[in-house]
Design a protein around this ligand. Sequence first.
Ligand SMILES: [Zn+2]
Length: 102
Amino acid sequence: MIRMIRNEGRTTPIVVCDNCKEPITDSEMAMAIWKQPDVDGTQAEVFHLHKGPCDRAFKAVIGDPNPWQELTKHLHYLCSNVGLSPEKLLKEEAIEQEIGTL
Ligand SMILES: [Zn+2]
């Protein structure tokens, strides 16, 4: 799940593991998982998990197999689907670095 967390008076978005409720800090060691919709155009709730014990525990509850993506790829697709190109992301990164918000 995506949440906001307050840190030193500012809030920032984080991805939280839907199993252990801890922040995910390494996208290559995490995943997104969902139940495959049966009909085109149907949306599905997505869950974010640490790989390993968290994904195994979560799958034991919701069932397996379910489609999944490594979190790195999932966030890349997500950025693309909201019109956030790598070029725009780099421009935003430069602005944030300049004003010290990252
Ligand atoms: Zn976890």
